[in-house]
Design a protein around this ligand. Structure first.
Ligand code: F6R
Length: 605
């Protein structure tokens, strides 16, 4: 998704802006650009290649300035061309970078055309540029404040004007923006990471805030125009680019980091104590009668898995909803429900909006399961469980998913204990199983050579079906999502019992059918579903447990997981599916860490 960096300093800030863009690259983008302020007007350089290419352009042109803004763009309105890349200008006087989507841009564009403004890009951003320009009367801060009141939708912006050569104005609503306080310079950015090191401390802007960043300091007002104090927090120095080590891609590295990530996520002691979720958690947990989980994509599948645990271990009614659907649906709010949001980034626009929607409906008990302690989501909820996956760079989520599952399992057992459904003996067994997970995962990762052999077959296919039952149906969904997003093979997942209600029509010799087949209560049913596939000539690729009696034969390929893992089995069974997608994508030669059209942090609707 788009990333913003802006700076005012006493020195040339272009290297700081470019470095900021480089650190935002992981979010995904398709063009980038940088502008500096000069007395003659803003000057810019833009590229539809990588930030490294923009850096070469800047170096060759000796492009330098003390005030500037920069951007990585993930196209929403208008193709990823140089002309649509930010910074966007208005009449060579003002430059703007923007993250988000302006919903009323068409009506604003018509009004501005009426005032003589010409539009040269296809972006919604250009209306903001011209709108601010049309309102400018010598005070950029005032013009931005007036302009944002007319915007509908989501935005974080950074703006500069030729007549105020030492000022950057920022504003946010719906998209994140931080201000950074440094020595000899002040900053704005969509992510603290972008300016860590240059800024010694950062403040998170709140919804509707507008800020003015100058050499002297930072001024912030809230939506109503009142001066606002936003806590300044120390920002840790940037720890450098994450090294790839012996791996080909970040995704592969992150798959192999899962034993470490899971071990870091399991609390060192009192794992099932409500205090893991916050000081008031015990009281909140006692007062709730159900759970509503809100999330998107892979995090949503973590929620679907958690539903099985919460209902079977804690005996608490659980609903799971796709955040982008929930936020616009008329639902029946339950003030006694605990709203659980799940997110790697904690900045996903749809999940944040769904959370705020639930809160606006009177659901006040909220808990985030999240990988970023400083994210908007963690700041918005009263309770939280932080996963310790570490930075996830690959766009396709892997270690964030398995650590979310760990957090959600801990939540289920904690609630189960509190509600009298988990005996001391069971608690002990759950804890032992959790603590043994990293070792069990190492055993699964050792299956990689066998999975590479399968991936050679998959790389030649254009479609695949994934089947699972019960707890492992969400894992089949996740396996299909991983395969489609990085290898571009069309993949669908079904609960195996649904096969004969439609998808069986797709099964031919050309259709590989991946089956997640742990040795659980549904195994015999699953075996019947597999026969249905074989009878139609479908080729089965089965991930079975060590003690599952399914043998390889013509049309049935079996990989055995090293051990059967009971309730926690989804955390193991997803790993070979991650590896299958990864190696299939490598064989097809796709850009594994940055799959086409996708972004790491989806900060627009
Ligand atoms: C898929 C993937 C996405 C994210 C989704 C939510 O591999 O990574 O589906 O899971 O965009 O993102 P977060 O978890 O950051 O809210």
């Amino acid at each position: 998704m788009c990333g913003i960096v802006g700076a005012v300093a006493q020195r040339n800030i272009v290297p700081v802006l470019i470095e900021g863009l480089r650190r935002l690259e992981y979010r995904g983008y398709d063009s980038c650009g940088v502008a500096i302020v000069t007395a003659a007007g803003p000057q810019r350089m833009r590229s539809v290649a990588r930030v490294a290419e923009l850096e070469d352009q800047v170096r060759e042109a000796r492009f330098e300035g003390v005030t500037g803004i920069a951007h990585t763009r993930w196209a929403t309105h208008g193709a990823p061309t140089v002309n649509n890349a930010h910074p966007i200008f208005s009449r060579d006087a003002l430059a703007i970078v923007h993250n988000g989507i302006i919903e009323n841009y068409e009506s604003l564009r018509e009004t501005l055309r009426g005032k003589g403004y010409e539009f040269v890009s296809q972006t919604d951003t250009e209306v903001i540029a011209h709108l601010i320009h049309s309102l400018y009367q010598g005070d950029l801060f005032a013009a931005v404040r007036e302009a944002v009141q007319q915007l509908a939708g989501a935005y974080a912006i950074g703006v500069v004007h030729k007549d105020q050569p030492h000022t950057v104005v920022g504003a946010r609503a719906g998209s994140p923006l931080v201000v950074g306080h440094g020595e000899g310079g002040n900053f704005i950015a969509s992510d603290a990471l972008a300016i860590a090191g240059s800024a010694k401390s950062i403040s998170y802007l709140e919804e509707g805030d507008v800020c003015e960043v100058t050499l002297e300091g930072v001024r912030i007002v809230d939506r109503a125009g009142n001066p606002a104090e936003r806590v300044a927090r120390d920002v840790q120095a940037y720890s450098g680019a994450v090294e790839l080590g012996p791996y080909r891609h970040y995704m592969q590295k992150e798959i192999f980091e899962q034993p470490r990530a899971i071990s870091d996520t399991i609390p060192a002691d009192a794992a099932f104590d409500p205090v893991q979720f916050g000081d008031t958690a015990a009281e909140v947990f006692r007062g709730i009668d159900s759970i509503l989980i809100l999330a998107c994509g892979t995090s949503y599948y973590a929620g679907l898995t958690a539903k099985y645990w919460l209902e079977s271990v804690a005996k608490i009614r659980t609903e799971v909803e796709i955040a982008s659907e929930y936020r616009y649906r008329e639902s029946v709010p339950n003030p006694r429900a605990l709203v659980v949001t799940i997110s790697q980034s904690g900045e996903t626009a749809d999940t944040l909006a769904a959370l705020k929607h639930a809160q606006s409906l009177g659901m006040e008990q909220t808990l985030a399961v999240c990988n970023v302690a400083t994210s908007a989501m963690v700041r918005l909820t009263s309770l939280r469980f932080l996963t310790h996956a570490g930075r996830e760079i690959g766009v396709a989520s892997t270690k964030a998913f398995t650590t979310q599952l760990v957090g959600l399992f801990i939540l289920a057992v904690t609630l189960g204990k509190l509600r009298g459904h988990v005996s001391a003996q069971q608690e002990d067994a759950y804890l032992k199983a959790l603590r043994h997970l990293p070792a069990a995962l190492n055993g699964v990762l050792a299956l990689e050579p066998q999975i590479i052999a399968w991936s050679q077959e998959f790389a030649r296919k254009e479609n695949a079906l994934f089947l699972g039952r019960g707890l492992h149906y969400p894992i089949a969904l996740e396996g299909a999502l991983k395969l489609k997003e990085i290898s571009y093979i069309h993949a669908e997942a079904y609960p195996a019992g649904e096969l004969k209600h439609g998808p069986l029509a797709l099964v031919t010799e050309a259709m590989p059918v991946v089956t997640v087949a742990p040795n659980d209560a549904l195994l015999e049913k699953l075996k019947s579903n597999m026969q249905e596939v074989r009878a139609r000539g479908g080729e089965l690729y089965v991930f079975a447990d060590a003690d599952t009696h399914i043998a390889s034969e013509e049309g049935i390929h079996v990989i055995r997981m090293p051990e059967h893992y009971g309730l926690l089995s989804p955390i193991l069974h997803v790993v070979p599916l991650q590896l299958l997608a990864y190696h299939t994508a490598c064989t097809r030669g796709t850009d594994v860490d940055k799959p086409r059209n996708l972004a790491k942090s989806v900060t627009v609707e």
